[in-house]
Design a protein around this ligand. Sequence first.
Ligand code: IMP
Length: 429
Amino acid sequence: MSNLAVVGTQWGDEGKGKIVDLLSEEVDIIARYQGGNNAGHTVRVGEEEFIFHLIPSGILHPHKKCLIGNGVVIDLKSFLEEIDYLKSKGVEFDDNLLIAENAHLTMPYHKILDRIIDASRGKGKLGTTGRGIGTTYTDKSARVGIRVADLLDEETFREKLEINLEEKNYLLEKIYNHKKVNSERILEEYLSYGRQIEKYVCNVSLFLNRALDEGKKILFEGAQGALLDIDFGTYPYVTSSNPIAGAASTGLGIGPTKIDKVLGVTKAYTTRVGEGPFPTQFSSEFEEGMRMRGREYGATTGRPRRCGWFDAVIVRHAVRVNGLDGLAITKLDVLDELEKIKVCVGYNYGGKLLEEFPSLLKVVRKCQPVYEEMEGWKEDTSQVRDYVDLPRRAKEYLQRIAELVKADVSLISVGPGRKQTIILKDLMK
Ligand code: IMP
């Protein structure tokens, strides 16, 4: 029995929500370890669609424990709204949801500052989700952040809020010419949130380690993707946490030895939301068609996603920094109608072939993708349930991807439904 981390291998939106939902069936606990409500995981069950931002998509499975670890930054307003949304859809889970007492809180000033700071960058803006993610992690690193446990102790919360507001209101008013935030209103609002979330709060690290000792099976859920990783992504066009598998350890308080296997979720093509380099982006006309076919609009912000060909350079990089044991290839069916399909095998940088992703952004910007062109299969794959029944050219495409990125394909998704899945290798066995 293996504990498995599920991570994104591109710029997020690879379809992790569906894969986590599917694999949740086989585990006891689903534990989210980083990011915040910048994430948007969509899961389709029958005719119904669920969108998750903070709560692990495993919550749809009754009796599975869903944990939000210390590595996650929590916007309580959004968290409580998500609970209401799920309850309104008939999902019952009170005893199954736990949040870490040492997770940091995204406060109203974090959201305001995130938007103002990004807008103030002008042409150099990062295109953040505006959810206060970067500003919350900034405070965490600066050691002035407010954690869940602080909120549950009124005296501590008042004290920390006061210190923070002094600095934040100065920044808002004097530097960004924005009106101050009202401390009494925040105090009241957050103390009320504290009362509402108290029942979910626990020492997630302790809980998880005890569960591991009892032989419980865990799925570690990552948000975003390797190319948005603060260390290994296209810095500074990244998010402010580490979506890669190693962060499951620090983001939940478990030893790295407890992560047995890592599954990388990879879209059969590439997408990206927000600014930053994207070597294989389609020309705008072709992009629009693919966007429609793949329904490529952000689940959190509704922004149209940029779309492009499969880039083996970035996925190879993701395979390495995550130590992937296998790939889950999603949205293969979106390519069904194409005559020709291109795969980026390397980058041409001033006449030199680069096979590994460069760290220097200036270099990435000057890279031209080197493509291999393959024949499309021009058949509907959305009803296929067995690998042998896939069109020959679709199999060739998948085999070429596996070869180029140096990882085996464990699972293929050919549509949003749970059943639209082809399993080749169960990494949890
Ligand atoms: P932030 O995480 O809101 O600070 O945004 C930083 C960058 O990460 C922006 O380009 C966002 O569009 C991108 N980003 C953050 N979360 C996601 C996600 O879940 N999917 C795709 N892109 C994301």
